[in-house]
Design a protein around this ligand. Structure first.
Ligand code: 6PG
Length: 264
């Protein structure tokens, strides 16, 4: 069998957050070493809240390398809904409310890359513009095949979707574009843009954060069955292998047979 994903399971979200912090800081150090910056993509859903718990709450910082330095972070959206940035469905707004607005001054401010709301009525154009935003940061598409994120922080939907890549959707076959539009998302709102599967699976590190009993059936399907391998999360697992880490709590992995660890 090839290399496998890492499945971590913790008693609850508070314990998970401590390890997620350590993991993100390791990824941050690797990014700083590699190119003096930390380029990260984040999803919506419950992720921003858990991330804020990991990065902002008081903790035992063990030295300079254990400090979050947001001033060298570049934050992109793994997926975003085609709504104004102050709309309640906006992933940008969610991240702002949960994390960005709460960052204390001494940790610095990240450079954040929201969607261009000029194109709310044309999601293809919005996706193209967001791809150009990526190209300005990661170099032009004709000079690099795919943008290399230091870390992608993703959620897992109850149907096995991740970002706005849904099961059996034609977008899963996209092999060229970095950012793609979707107009028929089964999870509302229908109009969104998302990173394409090749961009997601190209990441240096890819982390899924999935908590709560509502995730146990889908995690069992994804991690324990052949059927789950063709779901979007399963496809990320397959391609990302040991670069993929799942951060879960005990209720999300109840009944899951896949080998898990309780610490990094
Ligand atoms: O914008 C979105 O809809 C999200 O990016 C989506 O992919 C989310 O991450 C999952 O649906 C998991 O959401 P929860 O963490 O809330 O279960």
């Amino acid at each position: 069998m090839g290399k496998q994903v890492n499945l971590y399971s913790f008693a609850d979200i508070d314990v998970l957050a401590k390890s997620l912090r350590t993991y993100v800081l390791q990824c941050q150090s690797a990014g700083f070493e590699r190119h003096g910056a930390f380029k990260v993509a984040v999803s919506g859903g419950s992720l921003p809240k858990t991330l804020a718990k990991a990065l902002l709450e008081p903790n035992d910082t063990g030295g300079a390398d254990r400090v979050v330095d947001f001033s060298k972070w570049e934050v992109f959206f793994a997926d975003e809904r085609a709504v104004p940035l102050d709309h309640e469905d906006s992933n940008y707004r969610l991240l702002k409310d949960e994390l960005l607005d709460k960052i204390p001054g001494h940790l610095g401010q990240p450079t954040v890359h929201p969607i261009d709301v000029k194109y709310l009525d044309d999601v293809q154009e919005m996706a193209d513009q967001y791809q150009e935003e990526l190209m300005r940061s990661f170099a032009a598409k004709d000079s690099v095949k795919l943008p290399l994120f230091d870390l992608l922080l993703l959620g897992c939907g109850p149907d096995g979707h991740t970002c706005s890549l849904f099961p059996n959707h034609e977008l899963l076959r996209e092999s060229d574009a970095w950012v793609v539009p979707i107009e028929d998302s089964p999870k509302p709102p229908a109009k969104r843009i998302t990173l394409s599967l090749p961009v997601v699976t190209h990441g240096v590190k890819i982390a899924f954060i999935a908590t709560g009993a509502g995730k146990k059936d889908i995690l069992k399907l994804i991690l324990d069955t052949d059927e789950g391998r063709s779901l979007p999360c399963g496809l990320v697992n397959e391609k990302g292998a040991e670069r993929v880490s799942w951060f879960t709590d005990s209720s999300a992995v109840k009944g899951v047979g896949f080998p898990r660890r309780g610490s990094l």
